[in-house]
Design a protein around this ligand. Structure first.
Ligand code: LLP
Length: 418
C-alpha cells in the first residue's frame, strides 16, 4: 500500500473510523497488469471484475473507465452496473438461483451473457427471452471437480458443490439438447470457477485441461471462462504469483492445451475479484479500551465482525500496524477485538505490536475484498465510509451509514387481514 502512515492519520481524522480505504493507484495498476498481459493472438480475451469482492458505484465506475468486463451475481450488483452506465454487452450474470425478476431485469437491460447454472434456469431464461422478444448468450457453469485446496466454504468446484452441472450429467445433456429447438438462448460456451484465494497454478492447469477436453465435443470455437480466485497476500505466509506472470502462464497453458487436444476457442475469460481489490484496501480503526487478562491482552477497536466477517467465518488471518508506530519494536502480543457481542469477534489474534493506548489507530491491511461487501448491521453497527486515495488525494465514495439509515426501512404499517 502506497498510503503513508501520516496520510492514514489524516484520513482517520477527516473521515472518522472505522474507515475502509482503497489505494486507487494500486487498483489501477492491478487492472492494467491484467489487461496488458491477459492477451493472445489466437483468440479474443476478456478480464471480468468479479464485483462481489467489492461493489459500489465508485468501484464499478473505475472498472468501466479502465475497460474491463464485469461479473455480477445478483440484481443488486447488476443495478450498480446500470447506475454507472456500464456497457451491458460486457456484463456476465452469474449465480445458482437467479430469480425470475432478476433475469427479467437483466434481459430488459440487454445483458451480454448469462452464465446458466442449471436446466431449470435455462428453461426459465429462454421463456423470459421469448416473452421479451430478445436473444441472449449463455455460458454453462460446469462443476469439473477440481480441488483448489482452499477453505471449504470458498472452494466451489468439488463434486458436492452447489454450483454448476457435472459435464457428463443428464442435466447438462438436457441443456445441450435444448438448443436443437427454436430457442432464444444462444449457446456461447462454458465456465468453471475452482475456488477463491487459490495459489496453486496446477489447479488452474488441471481445470484448463478438463475444460478443453469438454470443448472438444463441439466443433465450433466457443468461449471458455476459467473463473477467478487468484490468491492475494494477507500475511507473510501468502505468496501470490505476480499478476503479469500469472496471466502469461495461463495464456501459455491454454495455448498448449488447445494445441494438444486440437481444439480452438473464440474467447478466453477470467474473472478476478479479490486480486484486484484485496491488497489495495485497508481498514483503519481507533482503539477504545484495552484489557489485560491472565492469558491475553486486548486492544478493543471501534469496528469488528460487522465490517470484516472473514476472521470469524473463515479463520482468515490479517496483518496490521499501529498507525505511526510501524517502525517501533513490536514487543507486545495482543489481540485486536471488535465491539460486537460475540466472543468470536476477533479481527487478529495474538499479533505482535508496539505498545499502544486508547485513541491510537490500527490499520489492518488487505481488507479490500469481501470486507465492505460482506459487512452487516449486526448489533445495529453502521457501515463505515469508503474512501479512495489517488496521488495523495482522497475522495469519499460511500458515506458512513447513520443511525437514521438503520431504521430507514422500518415501518409501522396498519394490520391487514390475511
Ligand atoms: N467467479 C465466480 C464464479 C466466483 O464464484 C467468484 C467468487 C469469483 C469469480 C471471484 O473470486 P475471487 O477472484 O474474488 O477469489 N467471501 C469469500 C470469497 C467467496 C468467493 C465467491 N466466489 C472470502 O471472503 O474469502
Amino acid at each position: 500500500m502506497s498510503i503513508s502512515h501520516q496520510q492514514l492519520g489524516k484520513l482517520a481524522d477527516k473521515f472518522g473510523t472505522p474507515l475502509y480505504l482503497y489505494d486507487q493507484n494500486a487498483m489501477e495498476s492491478k487492472i492494467k497488469a491484467y489487461l496488458d498481459n491477459f492477451k493472445s493472438d489466437l483468440f479474443q480475451t476478456g478480464v471480468l471484475y468479479a464485483s462481489k469482492a467489492f461493489s459500489c458505484k465508485g468501484m464499478i465506475q473505475l472498472v468501466k473507465d479502465m475497460g474491463m468486463c464485469l461479473d455480477v451475481v445478483s440484481g443488486g450488483e447488476l443495478y450498480v452496473a446500470q447506475q454507472v452506465g456500464f456497457d451491458m454487452n460486457k456484463v456476465y450474470f452469474h449465480g445458482n438461483n437467479k430469480s425470475k425478476s432478476e433475469l427479467e431485469f437483466a434481459l430488459s437491460l440487454d445483458i451480454g451473457t448469462v452464465v446458466v447454472d442449471n436446466y431449470q434456469e435455462l428453461v426459465l431464461l429462454d421463456k423470459i427471452a421469448k416473452d421479451l422478444g430478445k436473444k441472449v448468450k449463455v455460458l454453462f457453469r460446469l462443476n469439473i471437480g477440481v480441488d483448489a485446496h482452499t477453505h471449504k466454504y470458498i472452494s466451489t468446484a468439488l463434486f458436492e458443490s452447489k454450483f454448476g452441472m457435472m459435464p457428463d450429467s443428464q442435466e447438462f445433456a438436457d441443456c445441450m439438447s435444448y438448443f436443437s429447438g427454436d430457442a432464444n438462448v444462444v449457446f456461447d460456451g462454458i465456465h468453471c470457477h475452482i475456488g477463491s484465494q487459490v495459489f496453486e497454478i496446477n489447479a488452474y492447469k488441471l481445470a484448463v485441461d478438463k475444460m478443453v477436453a469438454i470443448l472438444k465435443q463441439w466443433n465450433t470455437p466457443l468461449t471458455l471462462n476459467i473463473g477467478g480466485g487468484f490468491g492475494v497476500r494477507y500475511t507473510n505466509e501468502d505468496k501470490p504469483i505476480d499478476t503479469a506472470e500469472l496471466c502469461k502462464m495461463l495464456i501459455d497453458y491454454v495455448h498448449k492445451a488447445l494445441d494438444e487436444q486440437k481444439v480452438s476457442i473464440n474467447k478466453l475469460l477470467i474473472e478476478p475479484g479479490r486480486s484486484i481489490v484485496g491488497e489495495a484496501g485497508s481498514t483503519i480503526y481507533t482503539i477504545g479500551f484495552t484489557k489485560q487478562i491472565p492469558t491475553k491482552s486486548f486492544y478493543f477497536v471501534d469496528g469488528g465482525m460487522t465490517d470484516n466477517i472473514r476472521p470469524a467465518l473463515y479463520q482468515a488471518k490479517y496483518d496490521c500496524d499501529v498507525v505511526g508506530k510501524q517502525n517501533e519494536p513490536k514487543t507486545n502480543k495482543v489481540t485486536i477485538a471488535g465491539k460486537c457481542c460475540e466472543s468470536g469477534d476477533l479481527i487478529i489474534e495474538d499479533v505482535m505490536l508496539p505498545p499502544a493506548k486508547s485513541g491510537d489507530r490500527i490499520v489492518v491491511y488487505t481488507t479490500g475484498a469481501y470486507g465492505y461487501s460482506m459487512s452487516s448491521n449486526y448489533n445495529k453497527a453502521t457501515t463505515p465510509a469508503v474512501v479512495f486515495v489517488k496521488d495523495g488525494n482522497a475522495k469519499l465514495v460511500v458515506k458512513r451509514q447513520t443511525y437514521q439509515d438503520l431504521v430507514a426501512n422500518d415501518v409501522n404499517d396498519d394490520w391487514s387481514q390475511l
